[in-house]
Design a protein around this ligand. Structure first.
Ligand code: C2E
Ligand code: CA
Ligand code: CA
Length: 621
């Protein structure tokens, strides 16, 4: 062939390939095209292109004139000092010309791949990226032992250039794809991938797949208290643990603290529950961040696609709904969407609205339940309990609207009004000459979040001239779970410095109660009524109550047993060393006026028999 004709054809080849790259044609197709064109310009030559993966293993890109088996055999072989012409050229970073495959030591162990095809010689040149990396090799095979001629060298020089451009272009494309479809922090596919996957799954014939939404609990608290690096470590750990359970293909990071898992077709409710349990169980190991232990915890909501009849928008809404419900009612747990959830959610929202309205209209009032000495029935204190006067005149107890207190705004307002009412009532009782020792006020995590709890209390008491020692602040472990630990600890300490007692409410129902006692010393522990109710029938509860009494004594804390309903329970508690209690046996919660009357007649008179107290409260109820 004349040199001019070949350089003209080379120019055409170059334009064609560049155009294909610019058009966004797939890399393999471009390489295929390049080989065919090069073979046409250099008759008798057979071309192949290989690239390498991140571990420097060969990947056949194109060898259009060789059987598929050749590409399959080459792919996966690590480049090395004696790996045919291509593997060696990549390894050395320089051209390798083997003029006789049959005898050359570089081909030892690989000759069976090419000799039967009639190939006898191979000249392979490394493809260099702009930054000098070897990203592949371009090879000419010959059917008799020989090396390249001048024209062939020219062709290969052009092809190497084109290969480099095409491969680098592909790398950029892959990187952009990764950025667009993968989350850099966790390496998981992102929201865009999730959207595509769920659409694809839904396009299938069967729709029996599941969607699970997983939310990291308290990520904000970790970010705020330990810094964003700790938050990132938590996110990455949670992602890895989810992936360990469900595998890579089906887990996505779809938001700052939210992951999605698509469960395969054929998934039933029971399968989803198993996966959810495995994920939750997988979290129960602390992760170490700069010497600080962080205990990951997640809340999971899920929905099954077939229950939505193929409507992915509804599927996601339902899973979201289940997650929302789980976060409100079962943090750290799992909830699957059921139709009933919708109505319970609507009810919750309605309750919240009702309470907000009652607060605005001044229909929230304080009732008081006496705290008594178990041995004598003497009233030693009171617990203020919120009540809501309904538009029809009925009085709703806090248990009926407690859900509304999950809303921080409502909870904060409720505390404000209760505080005012309690302070006012204590002042009135005092004016009437009644000896009131302690009145408990229930507060929530929302009261701790603003950081103004102490001021609010001190102000409210000062306004009516009631000393701080008359108030007991009752907190549950929810307060610790929701807030920043150091902030909560500081507030508790500040309350106690002001002479306000602090009680740990519903003790025994939460998580890690004993650790909390060490971190947050309090004055009073209130044993949850579930222990009292179960105590006589369950040996375990009995042991726990006994232990709690002993712990409280040793830590110099008072202990109050809640929900005493029978004399038998009272006797049993007394035998276990319990001294203080409250419950329907003694008195229910009642309006301030009635409490005044009761105190006037019975308060702090140890000789008064229990029966008399019970008589009064029966009529009060
Ligand atoms: P809690 O603090 O554990 O209050 C004790 C609850 O047990 C009260 O229910 C009380 O009426 C009830 N109770 C008392 N003795 C017995 C008994 O012998 N047997 C049984 N079965 N129950 C008894 P209530 O008033 O419905 O309050 C429920 C929860 O609502 C309270 O639990 C407390 O967590 C919350 N709550 C009540 N008032 C307020 C408030 O003013 N502010 C806040 N933030 N929460 C409040
Ligand atoms: Ca309480
Ligand atoms: Ca309680």
């Amino acid at each position: 062939m004349c040199e001019n004709c070949s350089s003209e054809r080379l120019q055409a080849l170059q334009n064609e390939i560049l155009e294909a790259i610019a058009r966004g044609e797939a890399l393999r197709a471009i390489m295929q095209r390049l080989c065919l064109r090069a073979e046409a310009i250099a008759p008798g030559v057979i071309c192949s292109v290989v690239t390498v993966d991140s571990d420097n293993r060969l990947i056949a890109l194109a060898a259009p004139s060789l059987p598929d088996a050749y590409a399959a055999a080459v792919t996966g072989v690590p480049a090395g000092p004696r790996v045919g012409s291509c593997g060696t050229a990549i390894f050395r970073g320089e051209p390798v010309c083997v003029t006789d495959i049959a005898t050359d030591p570089l081909w030892q162990g690989f000759t069976h791949l090419v000799l039967p095809l009639g190939l006898r010689a191979c000249w392979s040149s490394p493809i260099n990226a702009r930054d000098g990396r070897v990203v592949g090799s371009f090879a000419f095979y010959y059917d008799h032992p020989r090396g390249p001629d001048a024209i062939e060298r020219q062709i290969v020089a052009t092809c190497l250039h084109l290969c480099a451009i095409a491969i680098e272009h592909e790398e950029v494309r892959a990187r952009n794809h990764r950025l667009a479809y993968f989350d850099t922090l966790t390496g998981l596919p992102n929201r865009a991938s999730f959207n595509e996957s769920i659409t694809q799954m839904n396009a299938g014939v069967t729709t029996d797949f599941g969607l699970m939404l997983i939310d990291i609990d308290h990520l904000k608290v970790i970010n705020d208290t330990m810094g964003h690096a700790a938050g990132d470590a938590l996110i990455a750990t949670v992602a890895a643990r989810i992936q360990a359970v469900v595998g890579q293909a089906t887990a996505f990071r779809i938001g700052g603290d939210e992951f999605a898992v698509l469960l395969p077709k054929g998934s039933r409710a029971a399968d989803m529950r198993l996966v959810a349990s495995a994920i939750i169980a997988g979290m129960a190991r602390p992760l170490d961040h700069d010497g600080n232990g962080i205990m990951p915890s997640v809340t999971i909501g899920a929905a099954l696609a077939d229950e939505q009849r193929g409507d992915t928008v509804k599927l996601r809404q339902d899973a979201d709904f289940a997650l929302y419900h789980a976060k409100e009612t079962r943090r750290g747990g799992y909830v699957r969407f059921r139709e009933g959830l919708r109505s319970s959610m609507i009810r919750r929202l309605q309750t919240k609205r009702d309470v907000a309205e009652a607060l605005t209209e001044g229909r929230v009032i304080a009732h008081y339940q006496p705290v008594v000495r178990i041995d004598t029935g003497e009233i030693v204190g009171l617990e203020a309990l919120a009540r809501m006067r309904m538009p029809d005149g009925r009085i709703a107890s806090a248990g009926e609207f407690q859900e509304a207190l999950g809303d921080p705004k409502v909870a904060y307002r409720l505390t404000g009004q209760m505080l005012g009412a309690v302070a006012g009532d204590i002042a009135a009782w005092k004016r009437a000459g009644l000896d009131i020792q302690h009145v408990g006020l229930n507060v929530t995590a929302a009261d701790f979040e603003k950081g103004d709890l102490v001021q609010r209390i001190v102000k409210a008491l000062e306004r009516v001239g009631v000393p701080p020692r008359n108030l007991v602040i009752e907190i549950t472990e929810q307060v610790f779970m929701g807030g920043r630990k150091d902030g909560v600890a500081r507030t508790i300490a500040a309350l106690r410095e002001h002479g306000i007692c602090v009680a740990l409410d519903d003790f025994g129902t939460g998580f890690a109660s004993l650790t909390h006692l060490l971190d947050f010393p309090v004055d009073i522990i209130k044993i949850d009524r579930s222990f009292i109710a179960a105590a006589q029938s369950s040996a375990k509860s009995s042991v726990i109550v006994e232990a709690m009494v002993r712990i409280a004594n040793r830590l110099d804390m008072k202990i109050i047993a809640e929900g005493i309903e029978t004399q038998a329970q009272a006797d049993w508690l007394r035998a276990k060393g319990g001294r203080l209690g409250q419950g329907f046996l003694y008195a229910p919660a009642m309006p301030a006026g009635l409490v005044g009357e009761l105190l006037q007649r019975l308060g702090r008179k140890p000789d008064r028999p229990l029966a008399a107290l019970q008589g009064v409260t029966a009529s009060a109820a």
